[in-house]
Write a protein that binds this ligand. Structure first.
Ligand code: ZN
Length: 311
C-alpha cells in the first residue's frame, strides 16, 4: 500500500441522504435530536437536509424548520443540498444557519433523467447558475456526481466523461467534487485506479471526496482502496442509512461508525467520537423501529483492554 493519509475528513450525510430515503417521514423533533447528537460526536461537517420540492420528497419538507432548530457547535460546517435555483432561494432565507451547499447530478444520462428529469447538459446549465449564486452568497460549494463508477441503466460510465463533468462544475464555482457510487457498483480495483486519474485531470488543489454505498457489501473495501489512492475526504451515513430514489432497492451509504472504527483502528484520525456516534445510531434505530445495516452499531467499538471471561 502507498502511504496512507494520517487523518481524513468525514461528512456525515445521514440526515439528508438517509432521512430522505426512509419510507416514513421522521418527525422534525426527532431529526433535530439526532442532528444535535451527531453535532456532539466530533464531526466537522454534517449535511443536514435538502431544499427539494416538498411534494417530490415529503420526507424533507421540514428543511427550514430543521435548520432553524438544530443546535450544534460552531465549528461544525453544516451543508444543505439544493437541486436548483428555487431550492437555493428557499435555503438562502436561512442563510445564517448553514455554511455549505451541495449540488448534484448524475454522470449518466438515463440515471439523471430518471432522478431529476433533465439531461446531463440541462443539469449542468442549471447548476452553473446555482453555484454562481451560492458563491456570491459566500457559501462553500460541493458538487456530487452520482453514478460516477457505473450506472444501473447504462453500465460502464467513461471516467473521462466523469472528469469532464467535474471540470465544468469546478469552472462553475464548485470547490469540492464528490464521486458517488450511488447504486453500489464500484469495486476496490476500479476505485484505486480512478481517483488518481481524476486527481491528475482536476489538479492537486481540488478536494476530491468519495461517497460510497454499501449496496453489495463493498463499501469498506472501497474506502480502503480510496485511501490507498490518496483520498482523504469521505461522505458516509450513520446506521448505513440512505439510498437513492432510483432504481428501487438502491440501499444505504457505507456506515459512518464502521468507517470510523476501521480508520481509527488503522491509526488514521477521523476526529469522530465513536461512542457518541454509536449513541446517535442507537437513537436512530429506535426512531425508525428497525434494525440497521451497520456492524459497529451492533458490536460496539473495539475494546483492547484485557477482560476476563464472564463466569
Ligand atoms: Zn449516498
Amino acid at each position: 500500500m502507498a502511504e496512507l493519509p494520517q487523518r481524513v475528513r468525514i461528512r456525515e450525510v445521514g440526515p439528508r441522504d438517509g432521512f430522505q430515503n426512509e419510507p416514513e417521514t421522521i418527525d422534525t423533533y426527532d431529526k433535530v435530536r439526532l442532528i444535535d447528537q451527531l453535532g456532539r460526536s466530533g464531526f466537522r461537517r454534517i449535511e443536514v437536509t435538502s431544499f427539494v420540492r416538498p411534494d417530490v420528497i415529503p420526507q424533507l419538507a421540514d428543511a427550514a424548520a430543521v435548520l432553524e432548530a438544530i443546535d450544534v457547535p460552531d465549528d461544525v460546517a453544516l451543508s444543505v443540498l439544493v437541486p436548483n435555483e428555487r431550492g437555493l432561494d428557499r435555503a438562502l432565507e436561512h442563510r445564517d444557519r448553514f455554511h455549505e451547499v451541495s449540488v448534484f447530478l448524475s454522470a449518466s444520462q438515463t440515471h439523471n433523467r430518471k432522478n431529476v428529469n433533465r439531461s446531463v447538459e440541462e443539469s449542468l446549465a442549471g447548476l452553473r447558475l446555482v453555484l454562481g449564486r451560492a458563491r456570491e452568497a459566500g457559501l462553500r460549494c460541493e458538487a456530487v456526481i452520482a453514478t460516477a463508477f457505473g450506472c444501473p441503466y447504462e453500465g460502464r460510465v467513461p471516467p473521462e466523461r466523469v472528469a469532464s463533468i467535474a471540470s465544468e462544475l469546478l469552472d462553475a464555482g464548485a470547490q469540492e467534487i464528490g464521486f458517488g457510487d450511488t447504486t453500489g457498483m464500484a469495486n476496490p480495483r476500479q476505485v484505486r485506479e480512478l481517483f488518481p486519474a481524476w486527481r491528475s485531470a482536476l489538479g492537486a488543489e481540488v478536494e476530491l471526496t468519495a461517497h460510497f454505498h454499501n449496496t453489495r457489501g463493498q463499501g469498506l473495501a472501497n474506502v480502503v482502496a480510496a485511501l490507498d489512492a490518496g483520498v482523504d475526504s469521505f461522505e458516509t451515513a450513520f446506521g448505513e442509512l440512505g439510498g437513492c430514489p432510483v432504481p428501487a432497492g438502491a440501499t444505504g451509504n457505507v456506515a459512518t461508525e464502521d468507517v470510523v472504527s476501521m480508520l481509527e483502528e488503522m491509526g488514521i484520525e477521523t476526529g469522530v467520537d465513536l461512542p457518541a456516534l454509536v449513541v446517535a445510531t442507537g437513537m436512530v434505530a429506535d426512531v425508525l423501529g428497525r434494525p440497521l445495516g451497520s456492524h459497529v452499531s451492533t458490536a460496539g467499538p473495539v475494546d483492547w483492554s484485557p477482560s476476563p471471561p464472564a463466569s
